[in-house]
Ligand binder design. Structure first.
Ligand code: DX5
Ligand code: ZN
Length: 222
């Protein structure tokens, strides 16, 4: 099933509760939570105090995107705060295999993210061990950037590589996703779309609904 993961980074931080209710009413599947440390990426966003407080506001699956150096150090705290899926960047983990195992041992799903310019070969040995691959389609750190077109080819390549191995692993695409390019991303092989500005600018409930309807009308890669 194709899923929509609105990124809270683009929400109004003075009324997170209401904005989350609107995406829930619109039919979103995940809540994408962008954690930034000011070291792996140039900005700082929010962490466990905010995520923990939001846990009681919604039933949406908490999809935590860790843009943090050596994120496994904090994984336990994020699970305690309510994370159900934790994605770490291959570029931020010196020992990626250890990080993936550590997160899995906490009883949550684990994803691995690649920056736009990082080769898919970084996934060769870890592909069978993860629940999701996140392909960044902008350079991480900020919302509201433009989709980098060469990532579409990367999605296609990753999907055919997964097919060859008989895996139906989710491919999440994050950055510059809009109603205009969502269909193309799904056709390329994406199964989870992250959208920040395209959801939270304007009528949040209607934007969410429009994305969900588009996904429901799309033929997934299978
Ligand atoms: C960027 C974040 C994204 C971002 C997406 O570093 O990982 O999740 O919020 O925002 P848009 O959809 O506005 O590009
Ligand atoms: Zn993200």
């Amino acid at each position: 099933m194709l899923k929509l993961a609105p990124s809270l980074l683009a929400a109004d931080f003075s009324r997170l509760n209401e904005d989350i209710r609107r995406i829930e009413e619109g039919g979103a599947h995940y809540l994408h939570l962008d954690v930034m440390d000011g070291a792996f990426v140039p900005s700082i966003s929010f962490g466990t105090p905010v995520i923990g407080k939001l846990r009681s506001c919604t039933k949406l699956k908490f999809d935590v995107h860790m843009m943090v150096e050596e994120p496994a150090r904090f994984a336990g705290d994020y699970v305690e705060a309510g994370a159900e899926l934790i994605t770490v960047h291959a570029e931020a983990c010196r020992h990626l295999d250890r990080a993936v195992r550590q997160i899995r041992s906490l009883g949550v799903q684990v994803g691995v993210a690649l920056n736009p310019a990082t080769s898919l070969s970084a996934l060769d040995y870890i592909l069978n061990e993860v629940d999701m691959i996140l392909l960044m389609s902008v350079n991480p750190g900020f919302g509201g950037q433009t989709y980098i077109p060469y990532v579409t080819e990367k999605i296609k390549l990753l999907r055919s590589c997964l097919n060859e191995r008989g895996l139906s692993t989710d491919i999440q695409v994050d950055g510059g996703v809009t109603l205009a390019n969502a269909g193309e991303l799904v056709r390329a092989g994406a199964t989870v779309l992250v959208a920040g500005s395209a959801i939270f600018k304007g009528d949040i409930r209607e934007n969410t609904r429009a994305f969900v309807e588009l996904l429901e009308g799309c033929e997934p890669w299978i």
